[in-house]
Design a protein around this ligand. Structure first.
Ligand code: GDP
Ligand code: MG
Length: 442
């Protein structure tokens, strides 16, 4: 979603790297370009203006550090201010209530119901007992949608009675949650295509009835500038404690994400990055800032890797590697683990330095990488376990047989064996890198 913005900022930074001295004049010039870039990305004009003001103040008021060039210092100031713009420190939901309660609000199609199920699943994984309450009474299909999603998320589900008023439904659900000793109650409300008095009245009534610890607005990041207006209005009329941005996987320009914290003062808690229930990510302003600036999101990548990769398996592999017993069996396992991390594009986005690849790696190319992995997997599966454990016995005859069995050519088999050699070398390096990162991440 931030591809264009990142590209533009990196072009700017490349120019700055050479700057030897920060003067009023060149800071002014540099900042004019940053401002245009932000506006281009659909950042709210007032937010952009304030942002530039703060960066300028810091750039001109600060002693130049010896260790970095003035250009690098500018980049650092922009980064730090971007973190502030996105909300500073990471914030989570308020779980202090017994049960904790979350009211999800937003316009029609913003992603409330989907997000409710994603949150339920996330919390379920953390051993919380979650009750999902269907409060969209206007559309009958909405109740069924939540019922099905609740099933997928393995959460408890609470439907309305026919003709029941919202506040009654809310109170009844809270009682039930108390009886069932639930940890969290999530109210999935109905939306409208736009803010109007009726929606506001409805939401206020429900809020009065259930007094939720969290009043969270779900915002579709793809609606751009409009989302700033929606967030302002909801905050003024209802009072919010947090924000959720959905559809960050889309190709909108990202300005909304950069503006909504500034205009409401509310933290962005999580973001939606796809239609699947797993596509929910906690929001870290510093990581997002680094990602926007193309510095890569190393910490997220490592965390994600830890989640998806079977840690025990990985350790076993590393032990074997150290003892130089890393075989093609392990290589096959490794390919499968990497595949579990998700689509290649997502991985690239999080890799440090991959910003340079941005715009150069097209979706087709990412698809090509995925196809390569698939081919390698087929080849490895066409080998016998004995061959995988002892690649040295793979003579020309065996290679021909494997190519035939996997529907590939002998060159492909040779290529995979070369990759295996490389992987052996790289895994050794990766181990060192991972250790270093984990130490830094603390
Ligand atoms: P609601 O009206 O606010 O309850 O919105 P829904 O939860 O029904 O979602 C509306 C549409 O947006 C559905 O098609 C969802 O699959 C889709 N959607 C929700 N969140 C995301 C997201 O993070 N990324 C993408 N690509 N689609 C999403
Ligand atoms: Mg809904």
């Amino acid at each position: 979603m931030f591809d264009k913005l990142t590209g533009a900022l990196q072009d700017l930074f490349r120019k700055w790297r050479g700057v030897g001295k920060l003067s009023e004049r060149n800071v002014q010039d540099a900042l004019r370009e940053v401002r245009l870039t932000l506006l281009e990305a659909d950042v709210h004009y007032q937010v952009a203006r304030d942002f530039i003001g703060r960066v300028k103040e810091k750039a001109l008021g600060r002693e130049v550090l010896d260790s970095i060039t003035p250009g690098q210092q500018m980049i650092k100031i922009v980064h730090d201010e971007l973190v502030v713009l996105l909300g500073g420190a990471h914030r989570d939901f308020d779980f202090s209530g017994r049960p904790a309660s979350v009211l999800l609000l937003g316009l029609h199609g913003a992603g409330k119901t989907t997000t409710a199920a994603k949150l339920a699943r996330l919390w379920k994984k953390k051993e919380k007992k979650v009750l999902l309450v269907a409060c969209d009474l206007r559309r009958p299909a909405a109740v069924d949608q939540l019922r099905i999603l609740a099933g997928q998320a393995e959460a408890l589900f609470f439907p309305p009675r026919p003709g029941e008023a919202l506040p009654d439904l809310g109170r009844r659900a809270l009682e039930q949650a108390g009886r069932d000793a639930c940890d969290v109650v999530l109210f999935d409300t109905g939306g409208r295509f736009q803010m109007d008095a009726e929606l506001v009245a409805e939401v206020r009534e429900l809020r009065e009835a259930v007094r939720p610890g969290n009043v969270v607005l779900v915002l579709d990041a793809a609606i751009g500038q409009e989302s700033v207006h929606v967030a302002e209005t909801f905050h003024k009329e209802v009072g919010l404690t947090g924000l959720i941005l959905t559809k960050l996987d889309g190709d909108a320009r990202g300005g909304a994400a950069l503006s909504v914290h500034a205009v409401t003062g509310c933290p962005i808690l999580v973001t939606g990055t796809g239609e699947q229930l797993d596509n929910l990510e906690p929001f870290y302003p510093d990581r997002m800032a680094s990602r926007i600036l193309g510095m890569g999101d190393v910490v997220s990548l490592v965390e994600k890797a830890q989640q998806a990769v079977d840690v025990k398996e990985m350790q076993k592999m590393q032990e074997r590697l150290l003892e130089d017993r890393f075989t093609l069996e392990d290589f096959l396992e490794q390919i499968q683990q990497v595949k579990r991390l998700g689509p290649v594009e997502n991985l690239l986005e999080m890799m440090p330095g991959a910003g340079m690849l941005r715009g150069r790696v097209r979706p087709e190319q990412a698809g090509q990488v995925a196809a390569e992995w698939k081919k390698a997997e087929a080849i490895l599966r066409s080998m016998t376990p004995g061959e995988r454990r002892n690649p040295d016995i793979l003579d020309a005859g065996r290679r021909r047989r494997i190519a035939l069995g996997s529907g590939t050519a002998v060159q492909d088999v040779n290529a995979v064996l070369q990759q295996y050699e490389q992987a052996r070398r790289m895994t050794r390096q990766f181990k060192h890198m991972q250790k270093r990162l984990l130490r830094k991440g603390r």
